[in-house]
Design a protein around this ligand. Structure first.
Ligand code: ZN
Length: 169
């Protein structure tokens, strides 16, 4: 089932999400819907708060559905190592039509739990590292906008507020 994507300004996107205690049917259904929603968007990553649920849960697929081996579902993800820096363009399904360059670690190690409740450790570089950092930020109530200069941020938020006012957001 396709879920509506929460946009910048929504309260759920500013909350710190709660850990998932057990991967029950409700969680599995949510993940299926998140994957469907992410592929339809299309996007390469989605965090549960973006579909209105404040649980620590994310999906990524750099191939956006073209290569099933690239699909990653992570419950309670945590960055346990980060090194280096990369600086490139980033967008967000919750802030459609806007993008900006963001500094992220070049390489990270992420720990989390799979849908079969097994511990998973993933070493990620480049775009995948960026994607995990972006989605984990959502679990902590942050947008990529919080990681750019105040000047660039206000340029975007002013445009978004104008769209909100015009009922186009
Ligand atoms: Zn996002």
């Amino acid at each position: 089932m396709l879920l509506p994507i929460e946009k910048y300004g929504s309260n759920v996107l500013r909350k710190v999400s709660a850990p998932v205690d057990n991967v029950n049917g409700e969680v599995i259904t949510l993940v299926q819907n998140m994957l469907e929603t992410m592929y339809a968007a299309p996007g390469i990553g989605l965090a549960a708060p973006q579909v209105g649920v404040n649980w620590r849960l994310l999906t990524t697929d750099l191939s956006s559905g073209k290569d099933a081996s690239q699909r990653i579902i992570l419950v309670n993800p945590q960055i346990v190592e980060a090194e280096g820096e990369q600086y490139s363009e980033e967008g967000c399904l919750s802030i459609p039509e806007f993008s900006e360059k963001v500094t992220r670690p070049q390489r990270i190690v992420v720990k989390g739990v799979t849908l079969d409740e097994k511990e998973m450790v993933i070493e990620a570089e480049d775009l995948l590292a960026r994607c995990f950092c972006h989605e984990i930020d959502h679990l902590n109530g942050l947008y990529f906008l919080d990681r750019i200069s105040p000047l660039k941020r206000s340029l975007i938020t002013r445009k978004v507020k104008r769209l909100m006012k015009d009922g186009k957001w």
